[in-house]
Design a protein around this ligand. Structure first.
Ligand code: HEM
Length: 221
């Protein structure tokens, strides 16, 4: 099968991906200090940095939504159940037997069915829960200060639980993602693609051309 260098990740996409990775990592790092898991910056600064990174994260999300809608790239994330079992089998068994990848990557279909479902869940559930609970947490005021009764100490407890669960899910995602990065055609091919934009993929056009030439020789026969 012939291969070709294909420009698969556009510059905004790469910028968004890496900024998102850095911000989620930083929000997780400062967040778990706020939670009391360890001390690094000190509580006050951890809160200050967490809030600042949160505003950057919201700004990035706004640009990313705009980019995905205007380029039509959001369609890549529409979940499908087709090939999902094959993909699971591959990660559980095939990968250890050097089996070929069950789904082929292309510019129009960059994500395998498991990635589609996972990223879709992150985009419509985990990230919105994290951002909404984070904003509620941020704008919580002690009733004695501004008299906002709607967000009181009981609701804050619930908000904190939702925010922490979303944070744990995001950290679990990042850990799994780091492993899955290494499961491309080679150990580094996925990473290189997200850094440079280019990835070596099967040349679909060449296949089509070969099919066409086969057909025309058959017609001549
Ligand atoms: C726009 C997004 C976010 C906003 C607005 C936000 C806001 C906040 C605020 C205001 C707090 C409480 C600070 C305080 O006690 O004074 C907090 C805590 C926390 N944040 Fe975020 N955050 C966001 C995203 C994230 C993300 C992505 C993660 C993890 C990956 C995260 C992890 C945490 C954790 C673990 C805590 C401590 C929760 C607790 O112990 O109750 N946050 N966040």
């Amino acid at each position: 099968m012939s291969k070709k260098q294909v420009y698969i990740y556009k510059s905004f996409e790469r910028f968004w991906h890496w900024m998102q990775a850095i911000l989620i990592f930083f929000l997780g790092f400062t967040g778990f200090e706020i939670h009391g898991t360890y001390t690094f910056f000190g509580f006050r600064d951890a809160v200050r940095y967490h809030n600042f990174a949160a505003y950057l994260f919201i700004g990035l999300i706004v640009f990313a939504i705009f980019w995905h809608l205007t380029t039509g790239e959001y369609k890549q994330y529409i979940p499908t159940f087709q090939n999902i079992k094959a993909q699971l089998d591959y990660y559980i068994f095939g990968i250890f037997r050097n089996a070929p990848h069950p789904t082929k990557k292309s510019v129009l279909s960059k994500l395998n069915p498991l990635q589609k479902i996972t990223y879709f869940g992150l985009k419509i559930l985990v990230i919105p829960v994290s951002v909404t609970s984070g904003l509620l947490y941020m704008f919580y005021r002690y009733p004695t200060k501004h008299g906002v009764e709607a967000i009181n100490i009981q609701t804050l407890e619930l908000i904190a639980i939702f925010h922490t669960i979303a944070a744990i899910m995001l950290i679990a995602f990042i850990i799994t993602h780091l492993y899955l990065i290494t499961t491309g055609e080679t150990v580094t091919s996925n990473l290189k693609a997200m850094l440079t934009g280019f990835e070596e993929l099967e040349d679909e056009h060449k296949e089509e051309k070969m099919d066409e030439s086969k057909l025309s020789t058959q017609n001549l026969d």
